[in-house]
Ligand binder design. Sequence first.
Ligand code: MC0
Length: 146
Amino acid sequence: MLTRIDHIGIACHDLDATIAFYRDTYGFTDIHVEVNEEQGVREAMLKTNDAGDGGATYIQLLEPTRPDSAVAKFLAKRGEGLHHIAFGTDGDVQAEADGIAGAGRVRVLYDSPRHGSMGSRITFLHPKDCGGVLTELVEAAPERPS
Ligand code: MC0
């Protein structure tokens, strides 16, 4: 079951400057930064609130690390701004994706979950099948940073 908005992903050219904007403008100070080589991003998770299901909700800022990455292509085509929405699952993210794919209308982009932020397991749904919204499913790590 999908139990929360896990995060909203925002594409940006300059991660440090964008972190500073979110910190100074909105006061988000609980910030985790990491590089995900597979996805080609340096990213920050800014915690906005606990979600009541053991998870939390974040703003995710994404800066590309290479020109052939999904975020670099997005920036070149559309510029900075909203990149995707991510829903948190209360169990196995693959089972959730299989259930959605089984309905036959939505393409799941990965055959098996990949490594996501803060030790999570993630997969994506094609934006063309989701009303133009790239959609991610997230299974949080049991020991995700608070
Ligand atoms: C592309 N499209 C989007 C989109 N990206 N539409 C809405 N939101 C987006 N973010 C649209 C394009 O405008 C285009 O539509 C069509 O999809 C095909 O896009 P493309 O530019 O030709 O690129 P493709 O087909 O090579 O790749 C698109 C696809 C890809 C969504 C399959 O970006 C992908 O696999 N994304 C999933 C991985 C990802 O995004 N990783 C970065 C976040 P038109 O109408 O122009 O044909 S990593 C992350 O978030 C991790 C770290 C985490 O959360 O833990």
